[in-house]
Design a protein around this ligand. Sequence first.
Ligand code: ADE
Ligand code: ZN
Length: 331
Amino acid sequence: MEELIKKIPKAELHLHIEGTLEPELMLKIAKRNNIQLPFYNISEVKKLYDFNNLQSFLDIYYKSTNVLQNKQDFYDLTYSYLQRVQLDGVRHVEIFFDPQSHTSRGIAFSEVIEGIYEALVQGKKDFNISFFLIMSFLRHLSEEDALHTLEQSLPYKNYIKAVGLDSSEQGNPPSKFKNLFQKCQELGFLSVAHAGEEGPAEYIWEALNLLGVKRIDHGVRCVEDKNLISKLIESKIPLTVCPLSNVKLKVYENMKSHHIKELFDMGVRVTINSDDPAYFGGYILENYNQCMHHLGFTLDEMRQIAKYSIEGSFLSDIEKLNLIYEIDACF
Ligand SMILES: Nc1ncnc2[nH]cnc12
Ligand SMILES: [Zn+2]
């Protein structure tokens, strides 16, 4: 069964490139950049990956990110991710990057984006994986800080398809970034936002109504609001769900209690993604496999979820049609 799921062409729509930093690569990059880390080997690093909630993860994630210093580091990080997920049947990726977590430590915006972009271009040639970049703003920082980052990004506007919103959700509602997203829309960026991961269903409404997002990242707390579920079904707004992430960050106690299958059965366009796979115990295929094992999805339902991932992507209609044709023909 797992071999068949692997064969299904799929898109990954919720992936933080900084969250693909495997301990092996972290140690290698730290060494070449002469950075002293408070641990020496991989098992010591992995012991730290026992999280209570989103914030306890973010504290470690931002610290690990500090090893990334120059264009080559961002290139290696991105290329390694593509090399890994070609094995999972991934054919298209829409990748988040968090410029503020780098520029705030004095790394030039150009080093970050050029490294990531050049690896994506090479990955497209080497692995036949198409891509878009999503510039994500850190919601624990101010709107003003995000507006400054937007200014810095403008020389690279053609590299960026959409903008997003991530980091500590509770207490940082989408409404805090209304002006920013208005400006991004005027500039021609599409938008998405993390909402309803730890935050309430109300934040999902705000992301839809105030930020004009095309997808909701996570969104699982929509289960608390029947009207919202109807809205998501009618508007065909996809949720980019990350099941292993939700369990690791204690949004759910275990995979069996996850709501993704109920949402799917109701007709919500759920997709399956990995979020920060180096920290959460699995890449996209592992997320598909665990949903199948623990939640009783059939193979055809998995195929439907892969179709949602293509339909919910920012690819053109003809590109979507071609991939959906391949999904129908894959076995
Ligand atoms: N799961 C997540 N939620 C919010 N911000 C993030 N940044 C990286 N992973 C995240
Ligand atoms: Zn995320």
